[in-house]
Design a protein around this ligand. Structure first.
Ligand SMILES: Cc1cc2nc3c(=O)[nH]c(=O)nc-3n(C[C@H](O)[C@H](O)[C@H](O)COP(=O)(O)OP(=O)(O)OC[C@H]3O[C@@H](n4cnc5c(N)ncnc54)[C@H](O)[C@@H]3O)c2cc1C
Length: 466
C-alpha cells in the first residue's frame, strides 16, 4: 500500500510510529510505502521546533508518552537519558525539545523493528494540492512533483497564527515576528537587544518572556498586552489527580453545561482545596459536551467561555510560573489589558500606541495571539485544494464555523457525502471535538488511525490485484 502523509510534526510522526508498531504485530505480508511531505524536518512543528531548554511542556511527563497504553514511557526515556532520577515523581515538566527527541527516537526504533515493511521517504516540500486518482489520491508538492497513493493522512497541525490586531501591515518589518512558531523565529529577538512588546498573554508569550528576561539580569523588559490581560494559570506544585465528572445530567445548552461545570469545580475545590482536578477531569468529557452544543452555542462558547477555559486548561509549569512571577516583581515583565491602535517605525524599533493612550517603545514586536480559527481562510494550499477552492471537487468540508474538517472517526467526508481515502487528526478535528490539539488527545487518534490503515494494508496484501 502507498501512503502520503502531509505534515511531519508530532501528529504525522505519531501516526507513522503506531503504523510501524501495528505492522510489526500484524500479518507478515503487509508492506506500506510512505512519502512524508513537509518543508520542515520530523517533529519540528509549532510546539517542538524550539531548542530553548527553558521552553517546557505544559503537560507533565506522565501525560506525554507516545503510547496511551504505556503511560510512563516518556518518564522511562527521561530516566534513561539521566534527565530524571530513578523513582522521582513523574509529575515533571520536561523541555519540549527533549520530547521531540524522544518521539524521533521511538519512531526510529519502531521503523527499525518493522524491518522494511514500512518504508518512509521524507520529501522537504509542502503539499499544494490533492486530487482523486481512481480510488486513491494524487498529491502535488511545492516543487511540482506528484505523489500517487491509496491513502493520505493530513497532519498539518494548528492553523497559522493570525495578526488581525495589527493596525497596519507589519510583515515587511525586520523587527516584527509575525509567526513565533516558525523554527528559529525567536532567535534574533532573544539574541538581540532592547525591549520587546508581545501581543498576546498566553503560553507563547510566556516562552518569549522566559527566553528574553527569564534567566539573568539582562536589563531588557517585556511588555505583554492582550484584550483581557490574563496570564495562564500555573500548574499545582504536586500532582493532585483528576476528578472526571458524570456529565449525563449536564444538559445540552451552553447555559446548562456552564452551570453544571461551575458547580463541579466548586464542589471539587471545596473538598480538595483546588479547582485543578475538576478542570483536568472535565477535559475527558469535552468532546461529548461539545457534541451536544448547537452551532450558535458553540459560537457563543468561543466568544464568552473559551478564554476562561483556556487559561485554566493550558497551564504554566510551576517552575515557569515562578520565573514569570519573579520577572513581574523585578519589573522586567509587565502583563496588561490593552489594544494596539497605532504602530510607527522608530530608528531602533517601534513606537506603539494603545487604545487607552499609552505609548510603548519596543525594539521588537512579537505576535503571540495564537492560531486563526477558520480553516477556510488560512491560505494553506493543501487545505484550500481539499476544500475545492482551486476549482476541483471538494474532497473535504468543514463544520459551520470552519474550526475543522468534517470526518467520520477521522476519515474525511467529501462535499458529496462520500468517505474519502483521506484521514486527519489533531487540530483539524477541532470542529468535531474541540479539545484536539495536544498530545494526550492526538496520540489516541494516531493510534486508532494507524490501526485502520494497518487493516487496509493487510487487506491490500491479501488481494494484491484488488
Ligand atoms: C507553543 C506551543 C506549545 C505547546 N505545548 C504543548 C505541550 O506542552 N504539550 C502538548 O501536548 N501540546 C502542546 N502544544 C500543542 C501542539 O500543537 C501539539 O502538541 C503538537 O504540536 C501538534 O502536533 P501536529 O503534528 O498536529 O502539529 P505540528 O507539530 O505543528 O506539525 C504540523 C506540521 O505540518 C506541516 N505542514 C503544514 N502545512 C503543510 C503543507 N501544506 N505541506 C506539508 N507540510 C505542512 C508543518 O510544517 C508542521 O511541521 C503546544 C502548542 C504550541 C503552539
Amino acid at each position: 500500500m502507498r501512503l502520503v502523509v502531509v505534515g511531519a510534526g508530532a501528529a504525522g510522526s505519531l501516526v507513522l510510529l503506531h503504523l510501524a508498531r501495528h505492522l510489526a504485530a500484524g500479518s507478515e505480508g503487509s508492506r506500506v510505502e510512505v512519502v512524508v511531505l513537509d518543508p520542515n524536518g520530523p517533529v519540528n512543528g509549532a510546539a517542538f521546533c524550539t531548542t530553548d531548554p527553558r521552553h517546557l511542556l505544559n503537560v507533565p511527563a506522565s501525560g506525554m508518552s507516545v503510547d496511551p497504553e504505556d503511560r510512563f514511557d516518556f518518564v522511562a526515556h527521561l530516566v534513561a537519558e539521566g534527565l530524571l532520577a530513578e523513582g522521582a515523581s513523574p509529575y515533571f515538566f520536561a523541555p519540549r525539545a527533549e520530547w521531540a527527541r524522544y518521539l524521533r527516537t521511538r519512531l526510529d526504533e519502531a521503523l527499525a523493528a518493522v524491518e522494511g515493511r514500512l518504508v518512509v521517504r521524507h520529501v522537504l516540500a509542502a503539499a499544494t494540492s490533492v486530487a482523486r486518482d481512481g480510488a486513491g489520491v494524487r498529491v502535488t508538492d511545492s516543487d511540482g512533483s506528484t505523489h500517487e497513493a491509496e491513502h493520505l493522512v493530513l497532519a498539518t497541525g494548528l492553523p497559522t497564527v493570525g495578526d488581525d490586531w495589527a493596525p497596519r501591515d507589519l510583515s515587511a518589518q525586520e523587527r516584527y515576528v509575525a509567526d513565533p512558531w516558525r523554527p528559529g523565529a525567536l532567535d534574533a529577538v532573544v539574541d538581540g537587544e532592547g525591549d520587546v512588546l508581545v501581543v498576546g498573554t498566553g503560553l507563547t508569550m510566556v516562552d518569549v518572556a522566559v527566553s528574553v528576561v527569564g534567566s539573568s539580569a539582562t536589563g531588557r523588559r517585556v511588555a505583554a498586552l492582550s484584550r483581557a490581560g490574563r496570564l495562564p494559570q500555573p500548574h499545582a506544585e504536586s500532582y493532585l489527580g483528576e476528578v472526571v465528572p458524570d456529565v449525563s445530567g449536564w444538559g445540552s445548552t451552553l447555559e446548562e453545561i456552564r452551570g453544571a461545570a461551575v458547580a463541579h469545580v466548586r464542589e471539587v475545590e471545596a473538598t480538595q482545596g483546588s479547582w485543578r482536578p475538576a478542570v483536568d477531569g472535565i477535559r475527558y468529557r469535552v468532546a461529548e459536551l461539545w457534541g451536544r452544543l448547537a452551532t450558535g452555542e458553540r459560537e457563543r462558547f468561543l466568544r464568552e467561555v473559551a478564554g476562561d477555559w483556556g487559561v485554566r486548561r493550558h497551564r504554566m509549569p510551576p517552575t515557569t510560573a515562578a520565573v514569570v512571577e519573579q520577572a513581574q516583581e523585578d519589573g522586567c515583565l509587565e502583563v496588561a489589558a490593552g489594544r494596539v491602535v497605532a504602530v510607527e517605525e522608530a530608528a531602533d524599533g517601534f513606537e506603539v500606541e494603545t487604545a487607552d493612550g499609552r505609548r510603548i517603545h519596543a525594539a521588537w514586536i512579537v505576535n503571540c495571539t495564537g492560531p486563526r480559527s477558520d480553516v477556510r481562510t488560512l491560505g494553506n494550499p493543501v487545505l484550500d485544494s481539499l476544500l475545492g477552492a482551486d476549482g476541483g471537487p471538494a474532497l473535504a468540508t468543514t463544520d459551520p464555523l470552519g474550526l475543522g474538517l468534517t470526518t467520520s472517526e477521522g476519515r474525511l467526508v467529501g462535499a458529496d457525502g462520500e468517505l474519502q481515502p483521506v484521514w486527519t487528526l489533531g487540530a483539524l478535528r477541532r470542529g468535531e471535538l474541540w479539545e484536539s490539539t495536544a498530545i494526550p488527545e492526538i496520540r489516541v487518534q494516531a493510534e486508532r488511525l494507524a490501526g485502520d490503515l494497518a487493516a487496509v494494508a493487510a487487506r491490500c496484501a491479501r488481494t494484491p490485484l484488488g
